[in-house]
Design a protein around this ligand. Structure first.
Ligand code: AP5
Length: 216
């Protein structure tokens, strides 16, 4: 199965993708995570992506498509793949079709997660991430046991620089202009398409998510 998790920044795509990927033994492909790793490693891609990410803008399509193609080379074609935060433009969606066609695959399902801007702004302002193991917390909804420290590995938690309020507003604007058109694109693509109200507790959203992918 090739599944796309679509939805605005901070709606909870990553939270749900990690959980489903664990349960299915699927590959979780988050372009945001791959870009942040490239930045940490100081690669050329990481350096080129930095200014776009800091401004809340999209990294150019050709860089993202090269990154995804390269990453998919390391994943067995028989493995379920969950795309999180990709594609984000129509050019990325058509590029993905070509990449998948090369291995006789296609996008099977798309799940759109929806929430109000108010919910999103609160979630992003409360998000804290572990730079060591990648665990994600929220000071309002899922706080670590010890303030500022990762429950799993004890590392000091960080707030993402693009979760600053002005950058969040820009990311929401970019989502509406450049990514929301993918809703119509995928509704008419032949892939199974579901919408999930994501402004509810994580477990409730996950139960609907499992149902949408036929595992409920
Ligand atoms: P990326 O990292 O993809 O960010 P995003 O799409 O903006 O999504 P987020 O990671 O912010 O949110 P999420 O929906 O995964 O929510 P999460 O589960 O963490 O991209 C960052 C940047 O990289 C982009 O701006 C762009 O510059 C660049 N980029 C990336 N991909 C690109 C692409 N394809 N093309 C071009 N540029 C690209 O949850 C958020 C918080 O809420 C957490 O604290 C979580 O604990 C909490 N939470 C989650 N669910 C719930 C719930 N149900 N109830 C309460 N709290 C919840």
């Amino acid at each position: 199965m090739v599944l796309i998790l679509l939805g605005p920044p901070g709606v909870g795509k990553g939270t749900q993708a990690v959980r489903l990927a664990d349960e299915l033994g699927a590959a979780h492909v988050s372009t945001g995570d791959l870009l942040r790793a490239a930045r940490r490693e100081g690669t050329e891609l990481g350096q080129r992506a930095q200014k776009y990410m800091d401004a809340g803008e999209l990294v150019p399509d050709h860089l993202i498509l090269d990154l995804v193609k390269e990453h998919l080379r390391g994943i067995d074609p028989g493995t379920h793949v969950l795309f999180d935060g990709f594609p984000r433009t129509t050019a990325q969606a058509t590029g993905l079709e070509s990449v998948l066609e090369a291995s006789s695959r296609r996008v099977d399902r798309v799940v759109l997660f929806e929430a109000t801007d108010e919910t999103i702004v609160q979630r992003l302002s409360g998000r804290r991430s572990c730079p060591e193991c990648g665990a994600v917390y929220n000071v309002y909804f899922s706080a670590p046991k010890s303030e500022g420290k990762c429950d799993r590995c004890g590392a000091a938690l960080l707030q993402r620089s693009d979760d600053a309020p002005a950058t969040v507003r820009k990311r929401l604007e970019v989502y509406r202009e450049q990514t929301a058109p993918l809703i119509g694109f995928y509704e008419s693509s032949g892939a199974a398409f579901d919408r999930i109200r994501a402004d509810r507790p994580v477990d409730e959203v996950y139960a609907d998510f499992l149902g949408a992918v036929g595992k409920g």
